[in-house]
Design a binder for this molecule. Structure first.
Ligand code: HEC
Length: 277
């Protein structure tokens, strides 16, 4: 009995702390978030955090750079370029929706008409749907080839995700933030436990990367996958690692998480696609 009350009190306090943290504005959060990683890794220049774990691991970085010289995703960029410019059956093209392919750094966006978050992947399928084309699967394959080309065309542009002063946009942001800090799964761990508290430490054979810069380089080619994957494929992998049931790719939950996490990387240059272990 006493233990139960203790558990309740602890969880109440924890949720109160969570609520307090939720009261800060996105601008305040972003400043504190980026500063934390810059203080923790003083040898990493701010602009280098878009190299993920390689921004803090000199030995792994050498291997990474030699792989990038003959990057396994080159062929996907080429395929993506062809797909992107091939007209739909109705004569339309992706450019009718996007204007130009180099828009990776502008997604996710809040759509004030629908009140929803639009990711680059969902925008591609919206574009296809409007043109009468079939939807693409969200985790890998054709959609990742398209976004590989789009990311490549976006290289060097600075991430500039907007959280407009609209309660609906803030609700998505806070949902993503809550996901990031909440413990889940049988291992009862939050994203923040690995990528914040333990950033830089080893987890078995892998070094845990800082979350500042987590979203700049998608889609990424993972050696473990042997092909390209979208952000939500990676989220699902990290949820599974702690034995939590992953959400569906492009679910509102993952869209919110991507909105929060990409916003935290505002100011970094887009550098996708990229390779990772
Ligand atoms: C048990 C520890 C652990 C937890 C919890 C965890 N991750 Fe990871 N994550 C890893 C490891 C290990 C890697 C590979 C090394 C790296 O890049 O940090 C990784 C990689 C990533 C990457 C790719 C980074 C890149 O540069 O390509 C993203 C994005 C990511 N995690 C997001 C998340 C999110 C979001 C959550 C919460 C839903 C989460 N992680 C929870 C261990 C974890």
């Amino acid at each position: 009995m006493r233990k139960t009350i203790y558990t309740i009190v602890v969880s109440l306090i924890t949720s109160m702390i969570g609520t307090l943290a939720l009261a800060s504005t996105p601008t305040e959060d972003l400043k504190a978030f980026q500063q934390y990683y810059m203080d923790r890794f003083p040898d990493t220049p701010k602009s280098d955090f878009n190299n993920g774990v390689y921004s803090i691991d000199a030995a792994a970085r050498e291997t990474f750079e030699s792989i990038e010289e003959f990057a396994p995703y080159e062929i996907d960029i080429e395929k993506g370029e062809e797909l992107y410019h091939k007209p739909f059956a109705n004569g339309g093209t992706y450019n009718d929706c996007f204007g130009e392919p180099g828009v990776r750094h502008l997604y996710p966006q809040f759509d004030s008409e629908t009140g929803k978050i639009v990711t680059l992947e969902s925008a591609i399928n919206d574009c296809r749907k409007a043109a009468g084309e079939k939807k693409l699967k969200y985790k890998k394959g054709t959609i990742a080839e398209l976004t590989a080309y789009m990311a490549y065309e976006s290289r060097g542009n600075v991430f500039d995700i907007k959280i407009p002063n609209d309660p609906r946009a803030l609700a998505h942001y806070n949902r993503g933030k809550r996901h990031w800090y909440s413990k889940r799964g049988q291992l009862n761990m939050a994203c923040a436990d690995c990528h914040w508290t333990n950033a830089g430490n080893m987890l078995r054979a892998e070094r845990l990367g800082p979350a500042f810069g987590h979203m700049t380089h998608f889609p990424k080619y993972r050696a473990k996958w042997g092909n390209l994957g979208t952000p939500h494929r990676r989220f699902a992998g990290c949820n599974s690692q702690v034995r939590a049931k992953p959400f569906k790719a492009q679910s509102d939950e993952y869209k919110a998480l991507e909105y929060f996490l990409t916003y935290m990387g505002n100011g970094l240059e887009a550098n996708g696609p990229a390779t990772r272990k």
